[in-house]
Write a protein that binds this ligand. Structure first.
Ligand code: SF4
Ligand code: SF4
Length: 167
């Protein structure tokens, strides 16, 4: 993957801080109805899948900050996997299976190293069900619980995983 995309993924938390605070200030200062926020979140879901929670949402930012105080990565994975979402999370999670952009595996260049799976909290929680590269498992990127952290895409040393337009 190109360096800019990788840098953006690795800086996701800082992007969430900027966008989360920006959304909060815009909505509160301009008295924007939350329905517009829900509408924008769902529109993002149609295009990108469930990106709102981990890239844009002020509540997502607060929850990530709180979770960062937990030293136990298992607890953090549990939170990511089981979090109870708002309507944006429910709808955009459902849209993951049909959004315009999705996480796609280029099987001919994949070396089955497993680095992608090691980064994914969905695989960590249910390794017998999900995998990003094993053909007999379900792609976690299409599941409701994938909030498009894109750590799997950034982890692949061969560029075999791409977040691209669905064909
Ligand atoms: S973007 Fe990749 S690593 Fe992140 S939750 Fe989805 S499938 Fe897992
Ligand atoms: S990290 Fe890349 S090469 Fe390794 S298993 Fe995943 S998709 Fe295949």
């Amino acid at each position: 993957m190109n360096k800019v995309a990788k840098a953006l993924i690795n800086k996701r938390f800082y992007i969430l801080i900027a966008l989360g605070i920006g959304v909060y200030l815009t909505v509160s200062m301009l008295h924007i109805s939350l329905w517009y926020v829900v509408g924008a979140g769902v529109l993002l879901g149609v295009i990108f899948g469930k990106v709102f929670c981990r890239w844009v949402c002020p509540m997502g930012l607060i929850m990530e900050l709180l979770m960062s105080f937990s030293p136990d990565t298992k607890v953090q994975q549990m939170y990511q996997y089981h979090k109870i979402g708002c309507p944006i999370a429910w709808i955009s999670g459902w849209l993951n299976r049909m959004s315009l952009f999705h996480i796609n595996l280029k099987t001919d260049s994949c070396k089955s190293c497993g680095l992608c799976d090691k980064k994914c909290y969905i695989v960590a929680m249910e390794p017998t069900k999900y995998s990003l590269y094993k053909p007999d498992k379900i792609n976690p990127g299409n599941s409701y619980t994938c909030s498009k952290c894109l750590q799997c895409v950034a982890a692949c040393p061969n560029g075999s995983l791409k977040y691209k337009v669905r064909k």
